[in-house]
Design a protein around this ligand. Sequence first.
Ligand SMILES: NC(=O)c1ccc[n+]([C@@H]2O[C@H](COP(=O)([O-])OP(=O)(O)OC[C@H]3O[C@@H](n4cnc5c(N)ncnc54)[C@H](O)[C@@H]3O)[C@@H](O)[C@H]2O)c1
Length: 326
Amino acid sequence: MKKMVIVGFGFMGVVHAKNIIASDKLELLGIVDNRSADIFADIDKTGNQGNCDLPLERLKQTPVYKTLDECCKIEKPDAVSICVPLFMHYELTKKALNLGLDVLLEKPFCPELGQCRELIELAEEKNRIMMVAHCVRFAPAWKFLAERIRDKCYGELKLLTTTRMCGEPTWGVWLDTEIKKTCGGSLFDLLIHDIDFANSCLGLPENIEVNLKVDEYWELLFRYNDNQAKVSIKGGFLYQHTPFVSEYAATFEKGSIRFSSLQSDVIHIGTDKGNEFITMNGDAYQAELEYFAKCIENRSKPERCLPVSSLQAIEICRNIRNTKHT
Ligand SMILES: NC(=O)c1ccc[n+]([C@@H]2O[C@H](COP(=O)([O-])OP(=O)(O)OC[C@H]3O[C@@H](n4cnc5c(N)ncnc54)[C@H](O)[C@@H]3O)[C@@H](O)[C@H]2O)c1
């Protein structure tokens, strides 16, 4: 069993903690959070997807620390899951790598490309495993789509449209107007999921058009050089408390695949043979954590989600942000 600690016990920290406790490869030794308030209060109500079935009693038995240094001195962990706001990603990941820990860092990687590069080099130098937690790559319905794009079972992909929307976050550090400004808005926080997914399946786009931007809502079109596929990425933050939804529709030469998180256990496939429904099981966050656990156990690079690809997602978001749009 690898010993793991968590830094940042907000929405995502709680998700990671729950999955570490459920894993037979990992042991949760400590939680680091610098909040002065009770970190266990209302943890089932934070976030945009609800934190259900939490092992509350087990969580409350976990030692809590204010800093990673303090936690490491006592708990001597092998790895850390970093779930703090974006502006703290670089500093805390650098600290963790220098303390000799393997790192699972919540997305997005870091705001500056130089910071991402420096951390990739540091992880190499220290011989540590580092993975940025792009959970969509591990979500069953999205993994299914990635496999069909690769195996061309329905022919070449012609068009992928994705939609990802939710109300503007109203929990945790998002309530601090100064920190909120550093989170990168819906592009870096939300749409980066679809941007990274498209990169993982189709490589880097040759051209990106920003077709619409209204406040924190975006419509993007990705075109590829040697590939006929186009990718349309839509969504962002809507008015606060609007429920989360993530959807895709993929059209191939000989069929279409559709998915919506509103019916998250089913994928719909249309071909000339008719209509097919495939049932999906499994949780993206748990699959992501189990994969990271396997990588640190085997000392193997996280090939399914390399940090260099997480850097490329940041680079694309930065380019989009700098693109002139109406
Ligand atoms: N993969 C996903 O689906 C997903 C969903 C939501 C958020 N995220 C990502 O997770 C990260 C955290 O987001 P969140 O929604 O959990 O935020 P949050 O505000 O709910 O939690 C952040 C926590 O970090 C703590 N913190 C801040 N600075 C700290 C420090 N220096 N040391 C220790 N603790 C510190 C805060 O007290 C807070 O409890 C962000 O990078 C965000 O983009 C990912």
